[in-house]
Design a protein around this ligand. Structure first.
Ligand code: FE2
Length: 431
């Protein structure tokens, strides 16, 4: 367990200072800020959106962010961290990949981002991209911010230390971390190898879903979300700031560390959450609800009830329904589903879907339990059953995903995925 200090609550207006006197009292932008700091507002929403969606944080820092640049296109090996459009259209096949292999050379988090699929467009503030990250060395003197969207990080193995303008978060397998659009950070491995999934959300920032008829309790509880406390470094030297902007990477030189925020207050900040805290709800009679009931966070679109992207988990839970086919039902969906596995086994697949792997079922592409899972489900005794060793994740989007050339050509792409359903025979009897 980490002994790091956090502030808790989802989207609260936090106040935190690493040195007493960094935060002004009763005013956000006084003529002179205490400790000789500069005041800088970071806006995560338009100034005028309704109060419930309004996101902003005041940063009290040693130097303002204008002391950077100029930016120039990044001069490194071509990155696999991409936005659409990609070259080739994606056929409406069910797709699955084995766990992605670590690069042969050590990579930091930024060079280790491999885009698997994407949809929408950062210019239109719509859609998302999905990536696998690898991190086997520190980002060193490099920092990063993403103008195209927020990062939802889902570690699958190895811990990451997220050093951000607002303070530090440590995340490991079973947890998630969210870095809002524009926040400068480093992500460094705390173990020899770190790997996981990323959803880069171009749309409205993730928020907790409405609970409707569920009532006031259930799913992710706001009090389980952890935000960093202020922490700063006053360092001069040679640093680089990388920006992703309109699908391209740029780099600027800095003569100081950008992690120089001595105090901050506001509700726009990175956060983390442990998925074991998710209160799973489900059926206690027959049939089962749609997987939307497992939504942890949602980025809504303009269409009510239709997510730009939902973050959904399939966690440990009791199955108690009577007379019910208990694995996920066969279905075709107008939403598109990108899935990963953190640990254990997913209840619709006996083999082939492994931690660090990916499955992709795009708009209207049929999918469901493999033949072996079907046979087990229709012949097993329906006693109450606890699924203990399982944690699968899904990024479900209202826009179909296009696969990158990297993912389409990866050796991990399973050429025989469709064969997992080949054993599903007709059992039809007309009488
Ligand atoms: Fe599905």
């Amino acid at each position: 367990m980490s002994s790091r200090e956090y502030q808790t609550g989802f989207g609260n207006h936090f106040s935190t200072e690493a040195l007493s006197g960094a935060l002004p009292q009763g005013q956000n932008n006084p003529q002179k800020v205490g400790l000789g700091l500069y005041a800088e507002q970071l806006s995560g929403s338009a100034f005028t959106v309704p109060r419930a969606q309004n996101l902003r944080t005041w940063l009290y820092r040693i130097r303002p962010s204008v002391l950077q640049g100029p930016f120039r296109p990044i001069e490194r090996a071509p990155s696999l961290f991409k936005s659409r459009p990609f070259q080739e259209p994606t056929a409406p096949n069910a797709l699955r990949w084995d766990p992605f292999s670590f690069p042969s050379q050590p990579v930091d988090f930024l060079d280790g981002l491999h885009t698997i699929a994407g949809n929408g467009d950062p210019d239109g503030y719509r859609g998302c991209a999905t990536h696998i990250y690898f991190a086997t060395k520190s980002m060193g003197s490099r920092f990063f911010y993403n103008a195209d969207g927020e990062f939802l990080l889902v570690p699958e193995q190895g811990r990451l230390l997220l050093r951000t303008e607002m303070g530090e978060l440590e995340i490991g397998a079973g947890e998630i971390g969210v870095i809002p659009r524009g926040v400068k950070f480093q992500a460094d491995p705390l173990d020899p190898q770190a790997r996981g999934y990323v959803c880069e959300n171009y749309g409205q920032p993730f928020r907790l879903p409405d609970l409707g008829l569920i009532g006031a309790n259930g799913l992710a509880d706001p009090r389980d979300f952890c935000y960093p406390v202020a922490r700063f470094e006053d360092k001069t030297g040679s640093f680089q700031l990388v920006s992703k902007y309109r699908g391209h990477l740029y780099q600027a030189d800095l003569d100081h560390s950008p992690l120089d925020v001595v105090g901050w207050h506001g509700n726009y900040a990175p956060y983390k959450y442990h998925l074991d805290r998710f209160q799973v709800l489900g059926s206690i009679s027959f049939d089962h609800p749609d997987p939307s009931i497992f939504t942890v966070l949602t980025s809504p679109s303009e269409i009510p009830g239709t997510a730009n992207v939902d973050f959904v988990i399939f966690a440990a839970r009791w199955l108690v329904q009577t007379n019910t086919f208990r694995p996920p039902y066969y279905h075709r969906n107008c939403m598109s589903e990108f899935m990963g596995l953190i640990r254990g086994k997913y209840d619709a697949k006996q083999t082939g879907f492994l931690p660090g792997g990916v499955s992709l079922h795009n708009c209207m592409t049929p999918h469901g339990p493999d033949a072996e899972s079907f046979e087990k489900a229709v012949t097993s005794d329906l006693k109450p059953q606890f699924l203990s060793d399982t944690l699968a994740i899904m990024f479900e989007s209202s826009l179909p995903f296009q696969v990158t050339p990297f993912a389409a050509g990866a050796k991990e792409l399973q050429k025989d995925y469709l064969s997992c359903w080949k054993g599903l025979k007709s059992h039809f009897k007309s009488e």
